[in-house]
Design a protein around this ligand. Structure first.
Ligand code: ZN
Ligand code: ZN
Length: 345
């Protein structure tokens, strides 16, 4: 099969890769119909996040069951599924406490980082990490369920309640999906994006009538933002100082984007005097995934997908995400479509 693997010099290469077959009894082989590019993929390519050389990248995927192991009971060939890429062992001390997202045996199970991912025609996963796409939900919407799970994890870690004001810092796809989720929880959302192109893309997403006027777009220096957020979510991962400035008295600040190079200077006195809390949620706990599938019925997530490229055109795809020197942001969610995805995209 065709797959995009990570080369030693942190480039993606389209290669011929062995098609996965069921190995364990609970293995499911999924024919990938679409796979979204995540900020983390971009971070790997620009050197901000580690990944194994030779791995098939990609972790936000939807597809159709192509083969199942002998012990698979919930899925049959032809079923439409969403991939939950947050594998956990279930037996380590963290897992036994239910903190599956802090599994101590992550090595070798991080989909698209050190476990073969979804920028390929097929992917193999244990049955436990496959979720049925509800009848009537399009692949175009389902492919954004994984980012939605991530957004829900962060706003729930931030203990968002109805009627609060949320400032979402960063109007990329993750920020937009977080804003979508937060308004569904009954919040007023101020979405902050410095880049005018992205700000306009975000504005177009929230033009949909189901959002009313609950989500508005702002430049970072808009005075309306100052000390206004009951909850502030830094969807970029390196804007903690700016985010603290947007937090209201007793506000919570959630740090979200994965960036191994980012550092921040925080004045302890500011936290103390203003009663602020800084929260790190980690990756999401798989328990939240079914909730994301359910809430996706009520969110027009497909609006965040602005670009689709064939797997072979991956360079163009990452260019649209400004992952290439000199390229400008022109996209929100970019999705890769493998060659055999066929008529069911
Ligand atoms: Zn992701
Ligand atoms: Zn574990």
């Amino acid at each position: 099969m065709k797959a995009l693997t990570l080369s030693a010099d942190r480039m993606l290469a389209l290669v011929e890769h062995p098609k996965p077959e069921p190995r364990a009894a609970d293995d499911v082989i999924i024919r990938v119909t679409q796979s979204g590019i995540c900020g983390t993929d971009r971070s790997v390519l620009v050197g901000k996040f580690p990944a194994e050389t030779g791995v098939v990248m990609g972790h936000e995927a939807v597809g159709v069951v192509d083969a199942v192991g002998t012990g698979v009971t919930r899925f049959a060939v032809g079923d439409r599924v969403i991939v939950n890429p947050t594998l956990y062992c279930g037996n380590c001390p963290a897992c036994l406490k239910g903190h599956w997202n802090f599994c101590g045996r992550k090595a070798g199970t991080e989909v698209g980082l050190d476990y073969d991912g979804s920028f390929a025609e097929f992917i193999r996963l244990p049955e436990l990490f496959c979720h049925a796409i509800p009848d009537g939900m399009s692949f175009d919407r389902a492919v954004v369920v994984e980012p939605l799970a991530c957004a829900l994890n962060n706003i729930e870690a931030g203990r968002l309640t109805a009627g609060e004001t949320v400032v979402v810092v960063g109007g990329g796809p993750m920020g937009v999906v977080t804003a979508m989720a937060a308004q569904l929880y009954g919040a007023r959302v101020l979405l902050v994006e410095p880049d005018p192109v992205r700000r306009e893309l975000g504005r177009q997403v929230f033009e949909a009538p189901e959002f009313g006027d609950r989500v508005t777009l702002h430049t970072p220096d808009d005075p309306l933002l100052t000390e206004n957020g009951d909850l502030v979510v830094d969807s970029v991962g390196n804007l903690l100082e700016q985010s603290i400035g947007y937090a209201a008295l007793r506000g919570r600040v959630v740090v979200m984007g994965f960036n191994s190079n980012a550092t921040a200077t925080v004045r302890p006195l500011t936290l103390l005097q203003r009663g602020l809390q800084i929260i790190g949620a980690g990756d999401y706990n798989s328990m939240i995934f079914p909730k994301a599938v359910e809430l996706a019925r009520r969110l027009p997530l497909e609006r965040v997908v602005t670009h689709r490229f064939d797997l072979a055109d991956h360079e163009e795809a990452f260019k649209a995400l400004a992952a290439v020197p000199g390229a400008e942001y022109a996209a929100l969610k970019v999705v890769l479509v493998p060659p055999r995805s066929g008529a069911d995209v």
